[in-house]
Design a protein around this ligand. Structure first.
Ligand SMILES: Nc1ncnc2c1ncn2[C@@H]1O[C@H](COP(=O)(O)OP(=O)(O)OP(=O)(O)O)[C@@H](O)[C@H]1O
Length: 272
């Protein structure tokens, strides 16, 4: 297989087990198969606890599969993987660094001179609309602005793979929709393969080329749906199109049964 045809991300028959505090073994993922092509935007949806975040930790190298393999650009993940960027629900910005220093941190870490790193950081701050805020500290910014810093901080490293775990879920609805549009605009600039975990099916369809539905734990792929909505997209507008509504009801049909299974488990545990 040539490197062009190689998936950017591949999970091959991945099983992940955890030891619980009581000494039992819990299977979080079972025989999970999944690929994301270079430049593809893949959203992962599934009920709470089905293993979405665990999937990202295996690709990032923070955890290892108990069986099967996680590969990035055809290479088995073995520790923290170069070329992989992250963005999580909680901002990973350094609170003690200015906005400029936060964004310049990646290039500095990779050995670029302070002047070159700052120039690249100013460029990315312009792209995310934060010119003029270089000297602020994260606590002096709004939640949406902090997300923009985090986006610039990830994208400045031009990752081939960007892992996003509910990055906008702490934002209000309006800011969230603005950030989704901004993410799509920025993604177009460098086109990393994205794996985006969300609880929100509307957000998944609006952003992605492909939506993967996981089963209630242990997580397996239940179904995969291609999203052929035209790009560039504006998330607020696209959700009213007939194709969006059709896709939503089709994917929700697959997701609903899993959400109900997961819910029934939590309520039966609560009752026992
Ligand atoms: N380090 C760990 N040790 C033990 N169990 C774990 C560990 N990490 C995750 N789990 C368990 O694995 C399962 C999957 O967790 P994970 O966080 O991946 O689910 P999720 O789909 O991202 O959930 P949510 O949608 O609620 O964020 C859960 O039951 C969780 O309790």
């Amino acid at each position: 297989m040539s490197s062009e045809q190689q998936p950017a991300i591949e999970l091959r028959a991945v099983t992940k087990k955890f030891a619980t505090p009581g000494g039992a073994i819990y299977t979080a993922l079972a025989d999970l198969n999944l690929t994301v092509a270079p430049g593809q935007f893949c959203a992962i949806v599934g009920p709470t606890g089905c293993g979405k975040s665990t999937t990202l930790t295996l690709i990032s190298g923070l955890e290892r599969p108990s069986a099967g393999a996680a590969l990035v650009a055809g290479r088995a993940v073995n520790g923290i993987t170069p070329g992989v960027g992250f963005m999580f629900q909680n901002d990973a910005v350094f609170p003690w660094k200015s906005v400029l220093d936060n964004v310049a941190a990646g290039p500095r870490f990779r050995g670029r001179s302070k002047a070159a790193a700052n120039e690249a950081a100013r460029d990315w701050l312009r792209r995310v609309g934060l010119t003029g805020f270089e000297d602020r500290y994260p606590h002096q910014l709004s939640g949406g602005m902090r997300k923009r810093v985090a986006l610039a901080q990830s994208l400045i490293n031009e990752p081939e793979v960007l892992l996003m775990d509910e990055p906008f879920s702490a934002l209000d609805v309006q800011t969230r929709s603005i950030m989704s549009d901004e993410l799509l605009g920025l993604w177009e600039l460098t086109r990393p393969a994205v794996m985006f975990v969300t609880h929100d099916l509307e957000e998944a369809i609006a952003l992605a080329d492909k939506v993967v539905v996981l089963t209630a734990g242990p997580g397996r792929v239940k179904a995969t749906f291609d999203v052929d909505l035209p790009r560039p997209r504006r998330v607020q507008e696209i959700r009213f199109t007939d194709e969006f509504v059709r896709l939503y009801s089709e994917i929700w049909e697959a997701l609903r049964a899993e959400v109900e299974t997961a819910y029934a488990r939590t309520t039966s545990k609560a009752a026992s």
